[in-house]
Design a protein around this ligand. Sequence first.
Ligand code: ATR
Length: 294
Amino acid sequence: MTMTNPEHPSADPYCVMGNPVAHSRSPWIHARFAELTGQPVHYERALVPLDGFAEFVRDFAARGGKGCNVTVPFKLQAAELSTSASERVRLAGAANTLAFSASGIHADNTDGLGIVADITRNAGVQITGRDVLLLGAGGAAAGALGSLIEQKPRRIAVVNRTHAKAVALVDQHAALATLHKVELIALDKQGLEADLTQNFDIVINATASSLAGAEVPAPASVLRSGSLAYDMMYGPAAQPFLDWASSYGAIARDGLGMLVEQAAESFALWRGVRPPSAQVLSELRALLQAEAAR
Ligand code: ATR
């Protein structure tokens, strides 16, 4: 990884840290944000040794790095090593954004803001007052739940293969849900399959089931006519869920917009400038389609 851009030697260094990280689109997204806003940002990809995350972060900051995004498998460690953190990080127990300053390492989690922005602004679907089903209770679900609650839906049900994890995630967010008058419950998967009258306006897949080649972890009865079915992944990993949802009349949407919007939130946090995320999302979608057609 180089810390400077030869064309803009004074640009501030940022990066995405992960392992693996070669697939990450974040450098492309942030380069477009920088171009379109005129911000002097130099953003690279950093493959971090599995046992060397904290050392890598401190070294990057010491060499002038201003901030980083954090991806698999370091989001929990990122939250732990920060010297200050947002409420979102505390609730999720994980951070995807670090900002370095003289006062230390500040952690935030923009994944939830990203999915909310994509659903409400880009897809034009209101969350407030609606019924939401969240499939999964791992890191991806935890990162989104707090921001979903803050939109004040009527109800959020969390379903997970390992029910105890859904219960723990719901417990963790119970006070926030009460504050926003949201009915937040952990649903048992068997219960969901037995009661075919339970359906939702928005169904979000935050599981890794399609990566594992497994079936969609919910019965089709959870969908209403015109429900939004959202997979947090994009590309081939999201396809089984999107095909399932479309075949039952739902509006299927992948997580590419969430990716761009969480990046936009990180960029805004670092730079104090909001990039034109909708434009960058349509450019990225066109780029991925062109790559897939090759
Ligand atoms: P991530 O950070 O992507 O959320 P994770 O924390 O490992 O990754 O969580 C993966 C999620 O996908 C979990 O909710 C997991 O269910 P368990 O808690 O029971 O492990 C879910 N998941 C993974 N494989 C699955 C499968 N084949 N069927 C249903 N759910 C699955």
